[in-house]
Write a new protein. Structure first.
Length: 349
């Protein structure tokens, strides 16, 4: 049977930790070891981790005396502890679906060039009833690693949720650990650099895990504060770091850099526009997002989103929600004028 070492970092999730561990131990047709690392939670999580380790020989517990931070904790598990053929890192507030590890390792066993496998994770708002996993027939999808990587640059986003990712331990350790500079985008940077070295597998047709959405999610602060400008900054940092690492295998690195910067700038401007349309422009720090778009080194004046913002600013925050249909008409007219002027310029008229 394939072997999987599972690292479960924990910070103040004592009530959720047993569910995460049980979802791993209940996996069939795989040999698993589990390392729970409590990062000085101070809420009783350490006692829960020790109890889980005492109750099952497959579980080990490490308790930090001082808080090391999530990235250092991740790296302690995947770089210093994991020795099995495959590795999974899953947060103490998330869970695996039944059969998830057997499916992921089957893809890895059948496709030696695949460096890591992921699948769909259900997002569960814990204020609502728990969702039901899709089960039954499934199929593997294998993407060329560099092709998958280029798709991520075009989208400038992270489609992969950590509870579903099973990686080859040797490759995981080859590319190194998580980068502390990335804060909440260290996982995105990890998937990108893994794709530099191997193909990417996907488990299609079923759900591979459960991602709890709640007020204590680590990423909440980055999405909710400053209109999310820090999220944009750290996504750009992650993509830029991977380009620096992978220029030897990415001859189109400069174009990829322009692509991701353009996509992020447009998305930032779109978020400001939505603030106007929802009547939030007077309170949201949209200037920070506009400044981020300027700093991406792309010409914003060619973007539909930029012209839309200029029209909204002219109308004003008070009337933008009411006059939104007129805004869209004005933007379309302005863009037609801009394209006509560009054509005349190209033709020397």
């Amino acid at each position: 049977m394939p072997s999987v070492d599972v690292v479960i970092p924990c910070y103040r999730y004592r009530t959720l930790l047993p569910d995460a561990v049980r979802s791993v131990l209940d996996q069939e047709r795989v040999d698993v070891r589990v390392l729970v690392i409590d990062d000085a939670s101070g809420d009783g999580s350490a006692d829960v981790a020790r109890e889980l380790a005492a109750s099952d020989p497959r579980v080990e517990a490490v308790v930090h005396g001082t808080n090391m931070g999530h990235v250092a904790t991740f790296n302690e598990g995947i770089l210093d502890w994991a020795t099995a053929e495959y590795t999974l890192l899953i947060s103490a507030d998330d869970m695996l679906s039944p059969g998830a590890l057997a499916r992921a390792t089957a893809v890895l066993d059948s496709h030696p060039k695949v460096g890591f496998v992921y699948g769909n994770a259900l997002r569960w708002n814990t204020e609502e009833p728990a969702p039901t996993y899709r089960t039954g027939a499934w199929s593997p999808v294998v993407h060329d690693g560099l092709g998958w990587l280029r798709g991520r640059f075009a989208a400038a986003s992270n489609p992969v949720l950590s509870p579903t990712v099973v990686a080859r331990t040797a490759l995981q350790q080859l590319v190194g650990g998580y980068d502390a500079r990335m804060l909440h985008t260290s996982d995105l940077e990890m998937w990108l650099k893994l794709a530099l070295h191997g193909d990417v597998g996907y488990v299609s047709g079923v759900d591979q895990g459960l991602y709890r959405v709640h007020g204590s999610n680590m990423s909440s602060a980055y999405y909710d504060s400053d209109s999310g400008v820090r999220d944009f900054e750290m996504r750009l940092l992650a993509f830029s770091a991977v380009l620096d690492r992978g220029r030897d295998v990415l001859p189109d690195a400069d174009e990829l850099s322009r692509t991701v910067r353009r996509t992020l700038a447009k998305e930032a401007l779109l978020r400001v526009n939505r603030g106007y349309d929802r009547g939030h422009a007077r309170t949201d720090p949209g200037d920070a997002l506009v400044e981020f778009a300027r700093r991406t080194d792309v010409d914003m004046t060619h973007f539909l989103e930029w012209h839309a913002l200029r029209v909204r600013q002219t109308i004003g925050a008070r009337f933008a929600p009411v006059l939104q249909p007129l805004v869209l008409t004005a933007v379309a007219r302005r863009m037609r004028q801009r394209r006509r002027q560009d054509r005349l310029t190209r033709e020397g008229i």
